[in-house]
Design a protein around this ligand. Structure first.
Ligand code: NAD
Length: 258
């Protein structure tokens, strides 16, 4: 199926590794022109080079995705290079390290979680929309998590709140942007095999696999395929949707195995 995104510019935040890189690979394989943002500038440049070696047009735009001035500067460079953009994948984020009960959590830990996920999603969306309007085509794909509805696990209230906030933002922005031909959706992954969950102990991962109906973790390229579809011409009537990709798990709680 031709997804209709060949030659369209796709910006992926946090795209240097993990899920974001897999999304860049999937979009690039469909002919999209890839702009990789990441706070890790070396990794962002390496990732773009890997894609270019495969014949994909890719460049790096390092920036802290949650810093207003850095996002504005990165988007200025993207606009200068490409003129317009069509696809924005708000993927940048950080994991829960360490866990904190809400009643013990320093406010700075709370704030920095909201900043990395929610503020970055808002800032990049705000910057991208004028450049999408120019091209008359827009697909924003945000990154929530399966636990945004189920409450996740103890120790991660700040992460769960950030992902629920992204789900709410997605639905609200979808209503604003629909008339402009710009769709706004979010993915809600279960556990994906990336560095983000590297800190989990082996027993914890074994329980996670066992509790999952598919008995395994999600592979990043499975997320990439979903995002490529949501970015496609064919997905134009999917708007304001939070798409779960969790192997059928929906909730997670691993009891006292940690
Ligand atoms: N791995 C999972 O199980 C899982 C599940 C659900 C949702 N998610 C979400 O998917 C997204 C990607 O996760 P991942 O597993 O690929 O993580 P990862 O740690 O492998 O990659 C995250 C990338 O984001 C970058 N990043 C972090 N903060 C940034 C910032 N402020 N500005 C720019 N770049 C920044 C990192 O440098 C890194 O390259 C995150 O939003 C995460 O919450 C992951």
């Amino acid at each position: 199926m031709d997804l209709g995104i060949e030659g369209r510019v796709a910006v992926i935040t946090g795209g240097a590794r993990g899920i974001g890189f897999a999304e860049a690979e999937a979009l690039g394989a469909e002919g999209a022109v890839i702009a990789i943002n990441d706070i890790d500038s070396v990794a962002a440049m390496d990732a773009a080079a890997i894609l270019r070696a495969r014949g994909i047009q890719a460049s790096a735009f390092p920036a802290d995705a949650a810093d207003e001035a850095e996002v504005a500067e990165a988007m200025r460079k993207i606009a200068e290079k490409f003129g317009k953009i069509a696809i924005l994948v708000n993927n940048a984020g950080v994991g829960v390290k360490p866990d904190y009960s809400a009643y013990e959590m320093p406010a700075e830990v709370w704030d920095s979680m909201q900043r990395a996920h929610v503020r970055s999603t808002f800032l990049w969306s705000r910057a991208a929309i004028p450049l999408m309007r120019l091209g008359g085509y827009g697909r924003i794909v945000n990154t929530s998590s399966m636990n945004y509805t189920g409450g996740g696990r103890p120790g991660a209230t700040h992460y769960v709140a950030a992902k629920a906030s992204i789900a709410g933002f997605t639905r609200a922005l979808a209503k604003e942007m629909g008339p402009d031909g710009i769709t706004v959706n979010a993915i809600a992954p279960g556990y994906v095999a990336t560095e983000l969950i590297d800190g989990f102990s082996s027993p914890m991962l074994a329980v996670i696999r066992e509790q999952n109906p598919t008995r395994r973790l999600c592979e990043p390229n499975e997320i990439g395929a979903l995002v490529a579809y949501l970015a496609s011409r064919q997905a134009g009537f999917i708007n304001g949707e939070i798409v779960c990709i969790d192997g059928g798990r929906r909730e997670f709680y691993w009891g006292n195995t940690a």
